[in-house]
Design a protein around this ligand. Structure first.
Ligand SMILES: [Zn+2]
Length: 282
């Protein structure tokens, strides 16, 4: 799933490409993609794209008085295409056709339809429940004292940092990287962090989100590819040596994601075999 750096770079590139373009028509081949019906999608016809922004992992495409709020979920992609999609393309979820022949296209891979979009009056985006319920942005990172207050919950850091209500933009990939950078256990509870540990976490969030964006700015051209070259050091690298201490990176497999960590630097040398064991760790 695209997380803050991936959505941010896509928003920048798409914004640079389509700002100022006029909308000829829009349609939603995805039967359950549109979560709003008033204003209708047709209301975008004749408007001009004013810019593309981001809230957490969501895109906000501005059309003057109206905005499209888009969530890619786990398998969606938002891209600008030079030509229009074939209507037989089963991956198409939302098509915003531009007068110059190009198309802003939301696609989704796989059989599930989970990506969604809403047409909202621009003044109501912040009040929409999907936006209003997310915490402060992970980048730029909140000040350490604010982060301490956000994380002061008796929950393990791994799910806590991925919870968009706590802090917005970190998901299953970057949480591993941030915790490894901060040398913190994924199973340490937020409420048990010392001030110095919060500071490390704060620095790690700022450093990794910022470095990922700098990396994408360098390597990604005008068009965002389907699969971004994510600069990951531990996530999905179980069995490889830790880039810092050369200890073997370990993994814990959950139902639909994998947690990776360096046992030497993050869990006091302990290797966790599964969820039941992991709960015993502090
Ligand atoms: Zn290590």
């Amino acid at each position: 799933m695209p997380e803050l750096p991936e959505v941010e770079i896509a928003a920048r590139r798409i914004g640079a490409a389509v700002t100022g373009a006029r909308v000829e028509s829009s349609l939603a081949p995805g039967m359950v993609t549109m979560k709003t019906f008033a204003p209708p999608l047709d209301a975008l016809t004749g408007t001009t794209i004013a810019g593309v922004g981001r809230r957490g992992k969501m895109f906000v495409v501005g059309f003057g008085d109206l905005s499209l709020l888009i969530h890619l979920m786990s398998a969606g992609r938002l891209q600008v295409w030079d030509k229009r999609a074939s209507l037989r393309d089963k991956a198409s979820r939302l098509l915003v056709r531009l007068e110059d022949g190009r198309e802003l296209r939301l696609r989704e891979f796989g059989t599930q339809q989970r990506a969604w979009a809403k047409v909202l009056p621009s003044g109501e985006v912040d009040a929409d429940e999907a936006v209003a319920t997310v915490g402060p942005e992970a980048w730029p990172a909140p000040p350490a004292e604010d982060l301490a207050a956000l994380l002061d919950q008796p929950r393990h850091l791994h799910p806590l940092l991925r919870d968009q209500r706590t802090i917005a933009g970190i998901g299953r990939s970057w949480v591993d990287e941030v915790l490894w950078t901060a040398r913190l256990s994924p199973f340490k509870k937020g409420s048990e962090l010392e001030a110095e540990e919060v500071q490390r976490l704060c620095d790690a969030i700022q450093e990794r989100m910022g470095a990922a964006l700098e990396h994408y700015e360098e390597v990604i051209g005008d068009t965002v590819p389907d699969k971004l070259p994510m600069p990951l050091e531990v996530h999905r690298r179980s069995g490889e040596p830790c880039p810092r201490c050369a200890t073997k990176i370990e993994a814990i497999h959950f139902k639909d994601y994998v947690l990776c960590y360096c046992p030497e630097e993050q869990t006091g040398g302990r290797v966790l075999k599964d969820r039941r064991l992991s709960r015993l760790l502090k």
